[in-house]
Design a protein around this ligand. Structure first.
Ligand code: NAD
Length: 406
């Protein structure tokens, strides 16, 4: 992207609060780019998806939209309505799978002045790498009933020869595939990110104590990869545990201290339920997180709440091998407030900042981030924050965007 004067970026404006967020955000992006790059600009091309697309074209995800993303490689999207109960998979998940966007990257950082349930929210600053294509999200599911059970057995028999599976008629079944290659590419992205950005640690979050081969595999493969591929750049807590057993605590502690002093990335692991407890008590102990799909989904929103909620948490879905990336507001269409000027545009704007960083326009991204920091200091906020702050004035989405712009 770096040598291009004009970069074309498809924009899926989205449903519900999507249009009001895009209307308010676009001038901010354009102004920041104009102020920081003389010879570069972005041509935002609106493309259709979701309910809006269905109403206009009869298709939820038109081919033209997929073609535009395929041509331009990088896109940004607002929230899309997923119709419930008609057997339609979420459009967001469909796009992630279509472009094999295996890493869902969710930075969690605190902006001064934002309401938080934590005593010291400023200690929270981490990036979650969630595996994005596997796990129960692969959508391999079978409804209850004899006929579906037969389909499941057929499915299982495509993997196994023996006819030994028996399921009760009242049981619905989901399958949780976790592959070594799928896990490794996600963990590689997380470790590369940690090394490039001088982060202190990468934590593998898993439920390997219960799901030994899937979640346990994720942990085991992660450590193996870190030790094999990143040898002198990392220190693995598996090595620490080995030293503890063979040489005692003093030897192990000394090795860890030396590694930290030398700036090596510490590779550690934690069981998912304990992680959710520790993150509230000691957020400062976590830096880069690598985890499986469903764990990552729960964690991303829970951690977002620590720093102001999904209205302010940005996200990206990236394939680091092909370069394809879709940046997205992490919240849904918020039908309860759509059209009322109450939506917080920060999740979308900060996702756009991630996009600007990705295509090599970090100065524009930094300028917008500073403008948002300054805006929060003025204590003029959208309704989601105003309802949690005693000393803030509620402003509409467009007023809030104008303050950032100024
Ligand atoms: P939601 O995120 O739309 O809303 C949850 C709550 O958060 C609501 O009270 C809403 O008002 C509030 N909220 C969300 N975004 C906000 C913002 N920017 N500013 C202020 N408040 C905000 O989740 P939901 O109600 O479960 O889902 C509604 C629809 O969105 C469904 O159709 C769902 O499938 C879809 N959805 C889409 C995405 C996506 O496209 N990535 C993600 C989640 C949900």
């Amino acid at each position: 992207f770096a040598g291009k004067e004009v970069t074309r970026i498809p924009v899926i404006v989205g449903d519900g609060i999507g249009p009001e967020i895009w209307t308010g955000s676009r001038p901010i992006l354009d102004k920041a780019i104009k102020k920081t790059y003389v010879h570069r600009r972005i041509d935002w091309v609106e493309v259709l998806a979701g309910k809006n697309a269905y109403e206009k074209t009869g298709k939820w995800l038109p081919k033209e939209t997929l073609d535009a993303i395929r041509d331009d490689k990088v896109a940004i999207k607002g929230p899309l309505e997923t119709p419930i109960g008609i057997g339609r998979r979420s459009l967001t998940v469909t796009m992630r799978q279509k472009f094999d966007l295996y890493a869902c990257v969710r930075p969690v950082r605190y902006f001064e002045g934002v309401p938080s349930p934590l005593k010291e929210p400023e200690k929270t600053n981490m990036t979650i790498f969630r595996e994005n294509t596997e796990d129960v999200y692969a959508g391999i599911e079978f409804a209850q009933g004899e006929e579906n059970t037969k389909k499941l057995i057929d499915y299982l028999q495509s993997f196994y020869d023996e006819d030994k599976f028996r399921f009760r008629d009242t049981t619905a079944i989901g399958i949780k595939p976790i592959s070594k290659e799928g896990s490794l590419r996600l963990i590689t992205a997380a470790i590369d990110y940690a090394i490039e950005n001088n982060k202190e640690s990468v934590t593998l979050v898993h439920k390997g104590n219960i799901m030994k081969f899937t979640e346990g595999g994720f942990e085991k493969w992660g450590y193996e990869l870190a030790e094999r591929k990143y040898g002198d750049k990392i220190f693995s807590m598996r090595t620490y545990r080995r030293l503890l057993k063979d040489g005692g605590r003093e030897v192990a502690d000394q090795a860890l201290k030396t590694a930290q002093k030398e700036g090596l990335v510490i590779i550690k692991d934690i069981i998912a339920d304990n992680f959710l407890q520790q993150i509230l008590l000691h957020p400062e102990n976590f830096d880069v997180i690598a985890t499986t799909n469903l764990n990552g989904d729960y964690m991303s929103d829970a951690l977002a709440a620590e720093v102001g909620g999904i209205g302010i948490s940005p996200g990206a879905n990236i394939n680091y091998d092909t370069g394809y990336a879709i940046f997205e507001a992490t919240h849904g269409t918020a039908p309860d407030i759509a059209g009322l000027g109450k939506a917080n545009p920060c999740s979308f704007i900060l996702s756009a900042c991630m996009l600007l960083d990705y295509i090599g326009m970090p100065e524009a991204s930094d300028l917008i981030t500073i403008a948002i920091e300054e805006t929060f200091k003025e204590k003029k906020v959208t309704s989601d924050f105003a309802s949690l702050m005693d000393d803030a004035q509620e402003v509409s989405t467009s007023e809030f965007c104008n303050i950032i712009l100024e």
